[in-house]
Every structure is written in C-alpha cells, then in structure tokens.
Design a protein around this ligand. Structure first.
Ligand code: ZN
Length: 482
C-alpha cells in the first residue's frame, strides 16, 4: 500500500496537509527528524501513519495529559485498539498489567514523569522500538516557553532504547531551541523540516487602550460583535472568572471561564460544551486550548499579553483551523507587562525555599511546609543531583534560577517591543523566527489595514446565537440543578 492509500484507510483523508508528507518520508527513510509545524496542521499524523508501516512500537512522549488522552481516544475511534497511555491516571495495578504486555501495543504514549519509573524502563528495553517521538519538543530546551526539566531525561531513555529513529515535533522553535533539542536528545545527522510559523488566514490586530476600564469596554464591544466561537485569554484565573460573569451579565450568556484552578470534572464539562457549540466564548488562562480540536474558532482575544511571542503564536494558532478567515486581537494597556514580571519572580523557588529544600532533603524530612508549587518542586527535584556539596548545590541552583528569570524578562521585552513597534505585525513575528514574508496578504494586520466588518457576525447568526443563548442557559440551569 502506498502512503496515500494508508492515509485514506486509517485516517479517511485524501491528501496530506502542508508539511506532513515530508516528515513522514524522512522518518521512513530512517532519518532523525525535527519538524516545526505550526499549531493546527496535524502534527500527530506525522508519526501515526508511519506506525502502520514500520515494524515495531511507536513511543510518544507528550507533556500534556489532556492532549494524550485526546489522541488515544482519536486513534481508538479510528479503529486502532493497540494504543495505550501511560500516565498518572493509571493506578498501580493497571500500570503493572500494562507494563507486562507492552509489546502488544502499536502506539504507547508516555508522560514525562513516568520516565523515571525504573520498572517501565526495564519493560521498554525489551521492546523493538521503531520510532521514538517527542511531542512539544521545545519543552526540552530551557529556552523553550514550557521548559520541563523532566524532559532532560529523554537522552537517557533513548540510549536505553538503543537509539531508535527519533522525531521531535514542535509548533514554534527558534534556532536556540532547535539546537537544544538536538543536543539534549543526542541526535546525530538530523533532518530539520521547518515550516513557516505564519498562519495567513489569521489577521493580527493590536489595540492599545489607555486604562483598564476602556479595555473592559472594548472587550465587551468586540465579543458582542465578533463572529463566534472565540477564546479570550487572561493571565489570571480570577480575571477570567470575573469577565465570564460580566459577559453573561451583559447578555452573552454562552460564555464561561476555564482555568487550571477548576476541578477536572468542571473543566471537561466546559470543554465539551465548547466543542458542541453550546458555549460560544471561553474566558481562559493559558491552561485552555491544548488538544482542543475545534476547527471553527473565529477569534482569539488576549486581554492580557502573553509572556513571549512563542506563546502568543501557540494561542492564536487555535483560531481558524478550518482555513477560514479569523482574527487575533491583543488588547494592551500600558503597564500590562508588570503582571508577568511579577509572575517570573514568584514562579520559581525563592532563596529561602532553595536553601530549606536542600537542607531538609538531606536530613530526609518532608518538604510540605515549604508550600512549593508544582513547577517549583519539579525544578528543585530535578537539580538535586548537580552537586554533592550542599552549599555549592544551593549556589548553583540559585544561579540557574536567576538565568532563567533573566531569560524570561528578555523574552517579555521582545514581546513588548513587537506590541509597541508600529509596523506590520506579521513581519515582526516572521523576523523573530528568521523568516521572510513571501507575498503580502489581503487581511494581514491593523497596520497594513483591514476591514473589521469581515469579522463581525451578521444578523442571521445573531438570531441563531440568541437562540443558542437561551438553550444553553436552560441546559446550564438543568446541569447545575439550581
Ligand atoms: Zn501586516
């Protein structure tokens, strides 16, 4: 069977999306491959299709549990039974059972924290691994926006597995990040397939408002008028909730909040309602969006600025996956940058936490009273081994933390520069990734000029929306039972 027949048979598509076929051919020819494919272009197909050709197991390391579950479900719906996800959702017995029968699976998804499980490593050793996939590979790099120290163990794992053909996938990677990926995975002779980060069907707008009140009013106006569905990003959980309430008060009943502080059941419900078009507007933190396969998102608004251009691209990339015109609007008020600046300081462990953590650890005490966040404890636990001498360890870790904070500050500066620079928004982004703009676009950005009417909902849709409001209000009431 040729590639196209397999594509039709297993996935029901007649043609590849841009970039997919090159990646697949590279893997099939036995090349380690780094692929930069923009969000929403079907990265998973790049390893799933080869899974049906190669003789052996495909291992996929993915940092996002929701994304992992989503892809496993997708494969199952497409008729693939030999797929499993190894993550913290499994209890000890389920784990043991799966570890014993690993060779029965064609696709094994693994979360990074599972990679430290020695029992799993022993079982993986016995497999014939035909392809090793690292999804969201920018997480390897300390210069990547989602840096995950767990990912630094991947080099070891690859060695244990006998250096299998490896595919590193990411949506956005600067040259620094790509070099880190190669180094930390210990890849020799790598094919790099880099596609433009540009999504031409998404128009880019930045609007500066003089104060928060004006910004809120602008948001209300936009959300009322714009074609839906859409996502609004906030950097704080509280604001996302407050704004969802405000939107509902102002007549946009099909709006809801979504953030990492909500319990899982609630989050799944919101996600489902959004996917089923019962909800039209999501007020979210960056926790929302990964693994959301919704084709028709028409707008992404940033109420708060993302902390770096990479995150901005990832978030706006959720719009317009159907290829239809969509809009990304960033609302900026002078001073917005202080929120992330403050966050950078808080996110990683303080001097005090670093000192106490390592001293306590040595004496074998638990660290509960240090009140560490997930990120902080992952960070501290990862660097535990870099020095035998406790004082030296503390000094080194403090300096790693400081470098990381400075790096983030630099990234934020670049983001801010892009916001304030009054020239083509797209050009600024492309230059950041060392790309050149090919052809000027019709609806490029607010600087090049665009007609907002192109993005407003028409009357008929209004009526539909109103009807939907009604129904979703009713179903919300029924669901809540109050
Ligand atoms: Zn432009």
């Amino acid at each position: 069977m040729n590639l196209y027949e397999l594509l039709k048979k297993h996935f029901g598509f007649h043609s590849f999306r841009k970039g997919q076929e090159e990646v697949i051919r590279s893997i099939l020819s036995g090349q380690h491959t780094i692929s930069v494919l923009p969000t929403g272009t079907g990265k998973s197909l790049c390893y799933q299709l080869p899974g049906y050709i190669l003789n052996g197991t495909v291992i996929i390391v993915s940092p996002l549990l929701s994304l992992m579950q989503d892809q496993v479900e997708h494969l199952k719906i497409n008729g693939e039974k030999r797929v499993v996800a190894l993550n913290s959702f499994l209890n000890v017995n389920e784990r043991k059972k799966i570890f014993r029968s690993l060779s029965e699976y064609r696709f094994i998804y693994i979360s990074p924290e599972m990679l430290t499980n020695q029992l799993l490593l022993q079982s993986l050793k016995k497999l014939k691994v035909s392809l090793f996939v690292v999804d969201e590979a920018h997480c390897i790099s300390q210069w990547g926006h989602d840096f995950r120290p767990d990912y630094l163990r991947l080099k070891e794992i690859r060695t244990v597995l006998g250096n299998p053909v490896t595919l590193a996938l990411t949506a956005t990677a600067t040259e620094d990040v790509r070099n880190d990926i190669i180094q930390y995975l210990n890849l020799k002779n790598v094919t790099q397939l880099i596609n433009s980060v540009d999504r031409p069907n998404i128009s880019l707008v930045i609007e500066e408002l003089s104060n928060k009140m004006n910004k809120i009013n602008k948001l209300l106006e936009l959300v009322k008028q714009l074609k839906k569905p859409g996502i609004i990003y906030f950097s704080s959980k509280r604001t996302s909730e407050e704004m969802a309430i405000l939107l509902r008060k102002k007549g946009i009943a099909n709006a809801a909040a979504y953030h990492g502080g909500m319990d899982q059941e609630q989050r799944i419900l919101i996600q489902q309602q959004f996917l089923n078009n019962q909800l039209q507007v999501i007020c979210a933190t960056s926790a929302f969006g990964m693994g959301i396969n919704k084709e028709n998102i028409r707008f992404v608004i940033h109420f708060h600025m993302p902390y770096q251009i990479e995150s901005y691209l990832q978030e706006i990339g959720r719009a317009g996956r159907d290829g239809n015109k969509s809009i990304a609007i960033l609302l900026y008020t002078p001073g917005d940058e202080f929120i992330p600046l403050h966050m950078f300081e808080k996110e990683l462990p303080s001097d005090n936490q670093i000192e106490k953590y390592y001293s306590l650890n040595i004496k074998g005490h638990h660290t509960a009273d240090l009140m560490l966040s997930d990120v902080q404890s992952r960070f501290l636990s990862y660097y535990k081994g870099i020095s035998e001498n406790n004082n030296e360890l503390i000094l080194k870790v403090k300096s790693i933390r400081d470098i990381r904070i400075r790096y983030k500050q630099e990234k934020l500066k670049e983001m801010l520069h892009w916001i304030k620079e009054h020239r083509c928004r797209r050009l600024g982004i492309l230059e950041y990734f060392n790309e050149v703009q090919s052809i000027p676009l019709m609806r490029c950005c607010d600087i090049c000029g665009l007609n907002m009417n192109d993005f407003l909902s028409n009357d008929r849709e209004w009526i539909e929306n109103e009807k939907m409001n009604w129904q979703s209000m009713l179903s919300n009431l029924l669901l809540r039972g109050d």
